[in-house]
Structure formats: C-alpha cells, structure tokens
Design a protein around this ligand. Structure first.
Ligand SMILES: Cc1cc2nc3c(=O)[nH]c(=O)nc-3n(C[C@H](O)[C@H](O)[C@H](O)COP(=O)(O)OP(=O)(O)OC[C@H]3O[C@@H](n4cnc5c(N)ncnc54)[C@H](O)[C@@H]3O)c2cc1C
Length: 402
C-alpha cells in the first residue's frame, strides 16, 4: 500500500544510493557486505525483467578518511578483515595517487561557513584513508524499487498506489488489517510498517510506540549537486569519498557533477520535522556543504544556482534501524533506516520475511533473537541487533554512517 502514485516515490527517490561497506559496528559492516552481493547479482535476484529495464550498479570504489571520530577506522578495518574484504590503507602520497585533485590538508573540526576560521586548515594533512574498491552506487533508486515491484508481482504480490493508510485495525489482540483514507478496509493477518519517514505515525496508529525503547523521527536533509572543476572528468576519475574531516560524503553524479551529502557534523542543527509539512527549498545548509566540499576538491566552485535534493531520513535514536516485531502480534516494522539502509534493502527483505515466518510459528524473538543466515557471506547475523527494545548502541557514529 502506498499513498504516493508509484513504487519508490517516497524518500527512496531522493536517495544517493551509495553502496559502501564502512559502518561503525561489525554488524553494520556485515549487513552492508551481504547487501552488496544482491546489487551485483541484481537480475538474478529479481528473476524477472522489468519493462523499464534493470538498474545499473556503478562501481567507483570508496575512499574513507581516517579521523579521531571514526577511531582512525580501526574497527572498520577489523570488520573488513573479518569478512575477507580487500581494501588499501593509504598515506597522503597514496591518497594523492588515487585521487590527485584532493587537497589533503586537515580541516577538522567541521565549522559553519560564518565561523571566522572556516576554510583554514587545522593541520598539514589528514590522518590517512582506506580505499575499498568494492563500493559504488545505483543508477536510479526509484527504478530499483519498480524492479522490485515487478519481481514481487511475478510471485503473486499486489500493489495499491494512491492508497493512504489511516488506521491499523485490531481484533482479539492482533493486527487485523488496515483502513484507507477512502474508507476501504483491507483485512490482513500480517501488517508490516515500511512507511519511511512516516513510520512513527503508522506505529502510533497501531499503538505500538509506547512499547519501544528506540523510536523514529523524520529528519530533514539537503544534498548538493555541484559542477566538477572543468579540467576533471569526475565520472571517470572521481570516486565515492566519505570525509569526516570536512563532514561530507560525495560521489560522481551525471553531467560531470559531484553529489555532496552531509555526514551530520556536530555544528549543524538537526532539523526534525513533520513529514507532511516541511521546507523543501535549499537553505544555508546547502551552501555549507558545498563550501566544505570545496575545501577538499581543488578548483571546486560553489555555484549561485542551487541544485540537488531535499528529502527526509527516518532516524532512530542511535541511527541504527529497527527491523523487528512489535508489541502487537501480527504487526512488524522495517523502519528507522537513518539515511543509510538503501543498500541493505534487498537483504533486509529476506531477513524480515524469515523473522515473520519464525515469529508467526511461535518463536519468541524478544527473548531468543533470530539468527539470520546471510547466504552470500555465509555468516549468521543476530537480528536482535535491530531490536526496538535495545539500549542505544554506544558504538554508533550517531550520523548517516550508522
Ligand atoms: C537524501 C537521502 C540520501 C540517502 N542516501 C543513501 C545512500 O547513499 N545509501 C543508502 O544506503 N541509503 C541512503 N539513504 C537512505 C535510504 O534511501 C532509505 O533508507 C530508504 O530509501 C528507505 O526506504 P523505505 O522504503 O523504507 O522508505 P520510503 O522510500 O520513504 O518509502 C516509504 C513509503 O511509505 C509511504 N507511506 C508513508 N505513510 C503512508 C501511509 N499512511 N499510507 C500509505 N503509504 C504511506 C510513502 O508514500 C513512501 O512511498 C538516503 C536517504 C535520503 C533521504
């Protein structure tokens, strides 16, 4: 059921669709690695052809800067080692060789542009970086959702668009179905909340929010698209860069543009909003991100004309999602994706399906969390990591990095 007119028109349409592996926790890295395999085997996963064609995975590699905040990537490297993922550890000369047009000076702590010290280096050089070659992005996140719609339909799934859920109905202590805005009622023994930034509204309809220790909220985000310096072919020579030193992540974007997102530095205000009523225009945040990126990319100009995306994250208290059952039998949730779960969506779908089957067969997932076997990485994953009843995970970055 979707209140919008087509598959993937929610926050997925605004996604930067970056497929990268560096998360702050070993579980985060393991899940991203499992997800990566679905993207590189996309047609095989879909099993059907979409008349609009499949999306493309574009491999660029990902350069991740070492900072004190990310513990100089020690935990990330240990997790990658554990999974057998190859990466290069780079010093300044290595970074320059990989991406020659980078200014490798240190700028941390991240500042607002009106800070008198903005743009002044705080050190001769960043602390180094790692380069993970198996990383990239998806050509069109909205189309990837359409691909999944067609794949689900081929297995008997049905989709309703322009269909707004206004109530979660209950009967005998269980979820019994949904009521739509036009009054239509649809009965269902299982209801799954996948409402993105509206997830908390659906949870309130179901009356399950009280039972949750970790909750979700809608957070406004701006993403910039800026032209690359004229002498750089960014599509060919650019890469994904996750740069905590300047508080930005970036990747090549069509038209020789650079897409720049925020890594949520402490100096930036967090704008929690009503997902049905928020400012969709660019603000000072856009300029701040473009100016921060210009510290790193030599010759980058900040254009007067602002281009990019304004959209919402569905953020949890610790920026790690909730993939779980709820206090209401028959009602499940895959929410709180915190700006970093597009890449995991295919594997999460498989995981949630298994969770539902087990719980409906009588398994007590809260007491004895499901162990999910990830077929591509041949590892088990403790799904309790994503529980709504967990304590806030102190190892999280509390940012889009997860
Ligand atoms: C700007 C931005 C950049 C991002 N970049 C990345 C990235 O590079 N890599 C990455 O891995 N992740 C990224 N993410 C995160 C990722 O895109 C999201 O985690 C993912 O797209 C969420 O998908 P979803 O289906 O859960 O939510 P959505 O795509 O938001 O879908 C939820 C759907 O629920 C519908 N809905 C809501 N309420 C109702 C209702 N009452 N009745 C009926 N339907 C309803 C909405 O219409 C919507 O279509 C980014 C997110 C944003 C916003």
């Amino acid at each position: 059921m979707d209140k919008l007119s087509s598959a993937g028109y929610g926050s997925t349409a605004g996604s930067c669709a970056v497929i990268r592996l560096h998360y702050s926790t070993p579980d985060g890295v393991a899940m991203a690695r499992a997800g990566y395999h679905y993207w590189i085997n996309w047609p095989e996963y879909l099993e059907v052809e979409d008349e609009l064609g499949p999306v493309t995975y574009i491999n660029t590699g990902c350069l991740v800067m070492k900072t004190a905040h990310n513990k100089y990537l020690k935990n990330v490297m240990a997790s990658l080692d554990n999974l057998g993922v190859e990466y290069e550890e780079l010093d300044i000369a290595g970074i320059k060789k990989k991406v020659p047009f980078l200014d490798t000076r240190k700028y941390f702590p991240v500042k607002l542009p009106d800070d008198p010290d903005f743009g002044e280096p705080t050190g001769e050089a960043v602390a180094g970086a790692i380069f993970v070659s198996e990383s990239g992005y998806i050509s069109d996140p909205q189309l990837s959702t359409h691909n999944l719609q067609r794949a689900a339909e081929a297995k008997g799934g049905e989709f309703m668009f322009n269909a707004e859920v206004v109530d979660i109905r209950k009967k005998e202590g269980r979820a019994a179905g949904i009521t739509l805005k036009d009054g239509n009622q649809i009965d269902a023994p299982i209801v799954v909340n996948v409402a993105g930034p509206h997830s908390y509204i659906i949870n309130r309809m179901a009356g399950v929010e009280e039972d949750m220790k970790i909750k979700t909220r809608a957070l406004r985000q701006e993403v910039c698209h800026v032209p690359a310096p004229e002498d750089i072919d960014y599509q060919r020579d650019g890469t994904i860069i996750s740069d905590g030193d300047i508080g930005c992540y970036s990747r090549p974007e069509t038209g020789n543009h650079i897409l720049v997102g925020s890594e949520d530095p402490e100096c930036d205000e967090r704008e929690y909003v009503d997902p049905d009523n928020y400012d969709t225009s660019f603000t000072k945040q856009w300029t701040a991100q473009a100016m921060r990126e210009a510290q790193r990319i030599e010759g980058l100009r900040v254009p007067n004309q602002m281009q990019g995306v304004v959209d919402l994250y569905d953020v949890t208290d610790d920026w790690i999602p909730i993939y779980d059952k709820s206090g209401l039998p028959g009602f499940y949730m895959a929410i709180g994706t915190s700006g970093n779960q597009y890449k995991n969506a295919p594997v999460v779908g498989v995981m949630i399906a298994e969770l539902i089957k087990k719980v409906e067969a009588g398994h007590d997932h809260d007491k004895d969390p499901l162990q999910f076997f990830m077929k591509y990485t041949e590892r088990s994953f403790n799904v309790g990591f994503y529980s709504r009843l967990r304590e806030i995970n102190p190892d999280s970055s509390f940012s889009v990095i997860g």
